[in-house]
Design a protein around this ligand. Sequence first.
Ligand SMILES: Nc1ncnc2c1ncn2[C@@H]1O[C@H](COP(=O)(O)OP(=O)(O)O)[C@@H](O)[C@H]1O
Ligand SMILES: [Mg+2]
Length: 411
Amino acid sequence: MAEVTRHIGLSLGADLCWPLCFEQMIKRLDLRIPWQGDTLRFDVERVTIEPFELRQACKYDVVVDRLTHWYHTSREWIKKCIVLNDLYVFNNPWSVQANEKHTSYCAMMRLGMPIPQTWMLPPRSYEPTPDLKATLTRYAKLFDLKKVGDEVGWPFFLKPYDGGGWRGVTRVADEKAAWRAYEDSGTSVLHAQASVEGFDLFVRCIGFGPQTRCVLYDPSAPLHDRYTMKTGFMPAGDEEHLRKLTLTINAFFGWEFNSCEALRKNNVWVPIDFANPCPDSQVTSLHFHFPWLVKAYLRWTIFCAATKRKMRRTLDWEPFYAVAGEDLSYEEKLDRYAKIAEERLETARFEEFCKQHLGHLDAVAFEFFASPEAKEAVRLKVAALFPEHEIERFTGLFWNRIQDWRRQGCP
Ligand SMILES: Nc1ncnc2c1ncn2[C@@H]1O[C@H](COP(=O)(O)OP(=O)(O)O)[C@@H](O)[C@H]1O
Ligand SMILES: [Mg+2]
């Protein structure tokens, strides 16, 4: 039996806390996985940024990528490695680049999801380009924002079609506010979207491979309190529904690590923001839920690296369209979409793998998240984000929430 090493690369930006925990925990797991006659060991290293030759080999089996959406050299290195070297990466980078929030709305409308009515608006202003004047003079029609508002209903949300990080999002209640927000919107191509008023639950469902976690979200709280610590706040049926929504979206777009925001109104779940590949992973926003996320990172990374699961280089939408075209209720369709997703994400095989080879992960996490190394990871992230005089207080706050998670039996 040969000892074989699987190489995991972490492609990182400002991340501090979860990679430190990931590295420490994989050490503590001390894996020796019997696999097809060999024993698998795992090596983790951080990917560096440097010139590369297009035909050069790639030493990694899996890269956990946090840069594709904004750092182009790393994005292009990753694309080269997928195309030329059979690298496995979470979140298909072509899909991250090409499919904005806008396309995700359109696609999920087509699958029958109750997305609020949404209009697209040309931007208020433009970067100068040679043909701009001719184009706009000939073809751009003056439009009345009030008419759009009357169509979608008041109040509505004006927000960039490509979204992200709450940038430029305004809820407008009347014509004057709508024009003011539009005047201030610069070069953003916008959506005007009907506001879901009077919802009783706001949930962010994180999907990581076939793993999902629903977090009750409070958009009005300060950043460090938005992910609430509530558990068991909705019936199992709602949780199951949100899992199906999230896995459907994620499988459709090849985003294995993504989150879906949905609002429940009159017992209907309305998805409003679900193009968030590679969502926030920081302890400073996730706190209580942070250990779950670190475990989710570990399980899916180890599974993909160990099994050499093949990355889907292209998206295949047709099976979803086929279901969408059938004469079925929304719930029946969602069941069928979710089945396709669970197959693509190999849920059954993944769960079996975790049971067989990662049985000690929960105990390792329980112990690790009480260790000085874990506390230091929290402190480093806090120190990077908070002013000097708040470092101690917030380190304590987030650390206590992690200890709450331990005390509550690691939900
Ligand atoms: N249609 C909507 N109905 C109700 N609230 C909305 C709607 N769209 C956006 N919001 C609110 O605005 C926030 C930011 O909008 P979102 O689409 O999530 O943008 P981002 O991509 O920047 O996160 C949401 O978290 C929610 O609180
Ligand atoms: Mg959002």
